[in-house]
Design a protein around this ligand. Structure first.
Ligand SMILES: Cc1cc2nc3c(=O)[nH]c(=O)nc-3n(C[C@H](O)[C@H](O)[C@H](O)COP(=O)(O)OP(=O)(O)OC[C@H]3O[C@@H](n4cnc5c(N)ncnc54)[C@H](O)[C@@H]3O)c2cc1C
Ligand code: SF4
Ligand code: SF4
Ligand code: SF4
Length: 559
């Protein structure tokens, strides 16, 4: 075949510009235009305190642990506590969960919380408070402490009234040491003390003082008394020796009080977190433990992980069984529990779960010498003015405003039994409402949530990475002691886990847009990017290639 030979003169003439092509403003061809719009990662949204999770993970990755710790404190003053006991709904919402496994946010939070307590707090200087206003807080659980923290931080003096002889509420005497060591609670509370909080212990609202007494002396009151009135079973012989109420039992063990009539065969009644804690504590005290629950495992309100740990440790759960009568011996001591078998009906109750119904003539006896009742807690409404009592406890709006002037409320006493982080979030919000009330502070703007879903991400750029797991004390080493089960990650592990974060909706300068724009219409400027709209043709490649959905496309003329 003849070879085709082309000479330069065979080519058509081309117009070559010896000047810059910037005069060709190709942006006029555009129908759509791109814009950088940062959005909300689901982790921030699903955290009840709306912690800036993505931000502190990014700082952790860079080794900026102090900054990351201080970032959490903007929304939650006690990350060493929540990192240990929060049920981490942030992780349920984490987009990475759809890719391989969600980021272990709680573990990084815990690492940062411990880092803060060990390295940041000891060197932090706190200015002496000069406040013309003072607030009384009643109850020193997470809600009261969180409210105190944000008030003090904004220059308001606080006095915390507490019926016990120590602070912390359920953190101090409910949650067992193996999940939350008391030194951690103490250290977190020291932060508040250092900031100038005054505690008045062994003073109980309704007994030692009234709201009226405090109103005379303080500019505002914050009620944070929790939900701690324990429900009775309503069956015969509840007064037998060896019958305990769940929270009372946990309190006695946490405070190392002597337990009279505590035996070796313990029956715990209930299916919530208190029941699981009671069972695991009883096991550590050397007992054989059975939990009696009237529904099935699926309906248990306790957190799944806790239930699984309890089973691993050797606790037996008897499902679809309800107590009918406590059996006692001649000396009035527990010797067993008469129970009845249950079945789930088609009818659904107000909790949304199928109603359990007793099966006729199915009574049977379970032997045991100790019974712990853990079927729920309520708010002590009888010590409160009737104007502020609602269905679940105290009637207050989402910022803690009640129907009474000067009186605010938050945490479990408003919501009914919930979680530590929800109580913390409520305390913070109420602090800002009190600041607004006393000092006309502007309320923080409501967070705007423009959520990034998994489908919005371009996961082509991510690789599968195993989630870093915290070390756990082996099951055979847990009996007979209250050693903490879970360990804190080290610096490298925390950074490795933070590196798994996709940074959903937040630009992390990956340069994809800059590299892929076919028109070179993206400039790097001062550590971020600028779109040159005179040249952008609106092809959408940048938005498509952005792994984290930070660029959105809009119709020309649309904002
Ligand atoms: C056994 C148990 C385990 C739990 N485990 C977890 C967990 O792992 N993770 C989680 O997120 N949540 C957990 N929770 C729930 C969580 O502890 C609560 O939601 C949270 O403590 C509520 O905080 P609060 O500040 O509203 O109330 P509380 O923590 O109940 O604090 C109320 C405070 O007010 C004081 N007080 C009460 N009445 C008076 C009065 N009349 N006068 C003066 N002071 C008063 C109390 O002594 C207490 O210090 C658990 C609850 C229980 C019972
Ligand atoms: S407080 Fe709980 S929900 Fe919020 S980020 Fe921490 S672990 Fe997640
Ligand atoms: S991948 Fe990161 S930013 Fe995205 S939801 Fe999970 S923790 Fe949040
Ligand atoms: S890739 Fe370049 S030309 Fe295309 S929309 Fe983005 S900025 Fe405009």
């Amino acid at each position: 075949m003849k070879k085709l030979e082309l000479k330069v003169s065979d080519y058509p003439e081309l117009a070559i510009s010896w000047e810059t092509t910037l005069v060709n403003k190709t942006g006029t061809w555009r129908t759509f235009y791109p814009q950088y719009v940062e959005k909300t990662p689901p982790c921030n949204y699903y955290c009840p305190a709306n912690e800036p999770v993505q931000k502190y993970l990014a700082l952790t990755l860079k080794g900026k642990f102090e900054e990351a710790y201080l970032t959490i404190l903007e929304k939650n003053p006690f990350p060493a506590i929540t990192g240990r006991v929060c049920y981490h709904p942030c992780e349920t919402g984490c987009n990475r969960g759809n890719f391989d496994e969600s980021v272990a946010i709680h573990a990084v939070e815990r690492f940062l919380g411990d880092y803060g307590l060990n390295f940041v707090e000891p060197k932090r200087k706190v200015e002496k408070l000069k406040s013309d206003k003072k607030v009384a807080i009643i109850g020193s659980g997470p809600s009261g402490l969180s409210c105190a923290y944000y008030l003090l931080k904004n220059g308001i003096g606080v006095t915390i009234f507490e019926r016990e002889s120590f602070a912390g509420g359920i953190l101090a005497y409910g949650i067992p040491n193996y999940r939350l060591p008391k030194e951690i609670v103490k250290k977190e509370i020291e932060k508040i003390l250092k900031m100038g909080a005054k505690f008045i212990f062994e003073k109980e609202l309704g007994k030692d003082f009234s709201l009226n007494d405090l109103e005379k002396e303080y500019d505002a009151l914050f009620l944070a008394i929790g939900a701690q009135v324990e429900q009775e079973l309503g069956i015969p012989n509840e007064d037998a020796k060896g019958v305990f109420l769940g929270l009372n039992f946990l309190k006695a063990v946490n405070l190392k009080r002597k337990l009279q009539y505590f035996g070796k065969n313990v029956l715990v009644i209930g299916g919530g977190n208190t029941a699981i804690d009671c069972a695991r504590v009883a096991l550590r005290k050397g007992a054989k433990v059975k939990i009696i629950y009237r529904r099935t495992k699926e309906e248990m309100p306790a957190v799944k992980e806790e239930v699984e740990e309890a089973i691993k440790e050797g606790i037996e759960i008897i499902f679809l069984t309800a107590p009918v009568k406590i059996i006692k011996d001649k000396k009035g001591k527990v010797k067993g529990l008469e129970c009845i078998k249950m079945k789930l009906s088609e009818e659904v109750d107000e909790s949304g779960r199928r109603k359990p119904l007793p099966i006729k003539n199915s009574n049977f006896i379970i032997k045991g010498d100790t019974i712990i009742k853990a079927i729920g807690e309520q708010v002590a409404v009888d010590i409160l003015p009737k104007e502020i009592i609602g269905k679940r406890g105290i009637l207050a709006d989402e910022w803690g405003k009640t129907n009474l002037e000067k009186i605010f409320a938050g945490g479990d006493c408003v919501t009914g039994p919930k979680t530590v982080v929800e109580a913390i979030a409520y305390g913070r919000k109420a602090a800002f409402l009190i600041l607004h009330y006393l000092k006309n502070y502007e309320l923080p703007k409501k967070d705007v949530f423009n959520l990034v879903n998994y489908e919005n991400l371009n996961t082509y750029y991510f690789e599968k990475e195993k989630r870093v797991e915290e070390d756990k004390l082996p099951v055979n080493k847990r009996k007979g002691n209250f050693k903490e089960i879970v360990s804190t990650l080290n610096n490298h592990e925390a950074q490795a886990e933070a590196s798994r974060c996709f940074s959903c909706g937040v630009c992390n300068n990956c340069d994809n847009c800059y590299v892929f724009c076919p028109d070179l219409a993206i400039l790097k400027k001062n550590g971020s990017y600028e779109i040159l709209y005179d040249y952008c043709k609106g092809c959408g490649v940048c938005a498509h290639e952005c792994p984290r959905n930070v660029i959105s496309m809009f119709f020309e003329g649309e904002k």
